[in-house]
Design a protein around this ligand. Structure first.
Ligand code: G6P
Length: 369
């Protein structure tokens, strides 16, 4: 194999541990926190169009669609623009309403996913402006877009996407911030604080890795679980979806991600002493609500693994296991909270003896319908 595993057992774990560097690479030449400067060269000619847009439609598949859901929160919160996130495969067959000043952002690691490519061709034919957020340079989606920003995560070999996701979220954060700054929807103070926080993310991801041994112990306890539920709110809702997807993809354990508040409309019926529930419970604006969702699960004897903010003293008294992540600005939380979920799924899959890098029935790049 030309690209080596660098001493790791699998590409996936190598790629998980590469994230401090790949996130930094996705910001290199774009973010200068010390001087409060942010530029996205590939988008500069289209920035005015992006700022003027009434609506952004994001299309993608799989993990890239989850990055799109994170971006929906980011663009709405920071840049106050209406965002819709679509599965490319649904969008392309639905005769969607697209207007000429709509911006369509296609997110794709490979840049070759057939449904995503077809979705942008359709949007283009209706006059929309297409931005591609791709990892593979010169890929079909990158070439079919009017403009874009590469994620620069480096080659991703593991079929289950890890570092490509965090790079996508990073680039989308930079985009949302650039628009917000230009529109004046955030103050200079918040803008500068977010740039500084982004700059700190790679070292905070390294801190999450200090929990790797603990996560391995938790993985050992739950190796043979039959089901898993992942719950989160706000920006941590897409992270819950992504955590469940990672587990399904490589361990073949059935897992569902849900918005925590929706639990009472269905998944709560599944909870008993055999059900592991992973809560994304970082200290953010929905913290109190998540605490009561945890109580609801514990009252039904579910076994709770909570991803919490460093120094949280309340949740550890309520749950079975906690994994800490460093504090950051709320909008950047997904970049940290997803890391323990990647590790948990990796260790469980390895303990089950799965083919982690090439799970059955899955392909790295889906170039057919
Ligand atoms: C496949 C891969 C996933 C990926 C999805 C979208 O299902 O196994 O990891 O998220 O395709 O791929 P893309 O290259 O468009 O991001």
């Amino acid at each position: 194999e030309t690209i080596e595993k660098g001493g790791y057992d699998h590409f996936m774990i190598k790629e998980i541990f590469e994230q401090p560097r790949s996130i930094a690479d996705s910001m290199r030449g774009r973010l200068n926190a010390a001087e409060a400067q942010l530029q996205l060269g590939g988008l500069s000619n289209y920035m005015d169009k992006l700022v003027a847009a009434d609506r952004i439609v994001i299309v993608g598949c799989g993990t890239s669609w989850h990055a799109g859901l994170v971006a929906e929160y980011l663009f709405e919160e920071l840049a106050r623009v209406n965002v819709e996130v679509e599965y490319a495969s649904e969008f392309r067959y639905r005769n969607p309403v697209i207007k000429e000043n709509d911006i369509v952002i296609a997110i794709s690691q490979s840049g070759e996913t057939a449904d995503t490519l077809a979705a942008i061709e359709l949007a283009k034919s209706k006059g929309a402006t297409i931005f591609g957020i791709c990892n593979v340079v010169g890929s079909s989606i990158a070439r079919a877009s009017h403009a874009g920003a590469y994620t620069h995560a480096g080659p991703e070999i593991g079929v289950a996407s890890t570092k490509a996701f965090t790079a996508q979220v990073t680039v989308l954060t930079l985009m949302a911030l650039a628009v917000a700054k230009k529109k004046g929807t955030i103050t200079d103070e918040v803008f500068e604080r977010l740039l500084a926080e982004l700059d700190n993310i790679p070292s905070k991801v390294n801190k999450v890795f200090e929990s790797a041994t603990k996560i391995k112990e938790i993985a050992f306890i739950f190796t043979y679980a039959k089901n898993f539920i992942y719950l989160g709110r706000g920006l941590n809702f897409p992270v819950a979806l992504e955590g469940a997807l990672k587990l399904k993809e490589i361990s073949y354990i059935h897992a569902e991600g849900y918005p925590a508040a929706e639990m009472k409309h269905g998944p709560i019926a599944l909870i008993d002493e055999d059900m592991p529930v992973v809560f994304l419970a970082t200290k953010d604006s929905s913290y109190e609500k998540i605490v009561s969702n945890i109580q609801e699960v514990k009252a039904r004897k579910g076994r709770v693994i909570a991803i919490v903010t460093e120094g949280d003293t309340l949740i550890p008294t309520m749950v079975d296991f906690v994994i800490e992540v460093p504090d950051t600005h709320e909008v950047l939380t997904p970049l940290l909270s997803v890391i323990p979920l990647q590790l948990l799924s990796y260790y469980i899959a390895v303990m089950r003896g799965r083919n982690v890098d090439q799970p059955r029935n899955l392909a790295k790049s889906v170039t057919v319908e």
